[in-house]
Design a protein around this ligand. Structure first.
Ligand SMILES: [Zn+2]
Length: 176
């Protein structure tokens, strides 16, 4: 998943989870195996919180940033366009937030597979899975434990940090 996928996933969430009913004759009604998903307040709260977080970050760096875009999925481009002159560390922090929100949108939509695309930050094993009750990714490697002997777990922001840092390293390596 790339950072630009955050906008795509936010758009999907809006479409699939917050539209109360499809109008007859919109061309897709008859092809759906399930009735339309009812208005999902938790998802609406999630989207609102995501937009607020982006707005706060953007305005902290660029107090003169203009009004938020009308479409929530436009917030990431708006943030980037509002903060064109950040230093390298600040760009990395911004992209980490955007990437983490993309992961959050996927999980809010029930797509936990996005976790598997990340190696465990401690042991490098592929095989993290999502533990919804804890809201953390868990490493399947039995030798990968914390000081108490428990399986290592990771927050989405940690996975996002690792992913963006690795991508920056790759960009740098390719540039030299
Ligand atoms: Zn591990």
């Amino acid at each position: 998943m790339d950072t630009d996928e955050a906008a795509h996933r936010l758009q999907l969430l809006l479409k699939e989870f917050t539209i109360p009913a499809r109008r007859p004759g919109d061309g897709r009604t008859g092809t759906r195996a399930h009735p339309p998903v009812p208005l999902n307040l938790a998802v609406i709260d999630h989207i609102t919180a995501s937009v607020v977080e982006v707005a706060e970050h953007a305005r902290a760096a660029a107090p003169d940033a203009g009004p938020l875009p009308a479409a929530p999925a436009g917030i990431y481009d708006w943030w980037r366009q509002s903060t064109p002159d950040l230093d390298e560390g600040a760009v990395q922090a911004r992209e980490t937030v955007i990437y983490r929100q993309g992961l959050e949108h996927a999980i809010a939509a029930g797509d936990h597979k996005v976790i598997r695309k990340h190696p465990c930050p401690a042991c490098g094993t592929w095989g993290l899975f999502w533990r919804a009750a804890a809201q953390r990714a868990v490493c399947v490697n039995q030798d990968c434990t914390d000081t108490k002997g428990m399986a290592r777990t990771w927050e989405l922001k940690q996975l996002a940090h690792e992913h963006i840092a690795a991508r920056q390293r790759t960009l740098k390596a390719n540039a030299t």
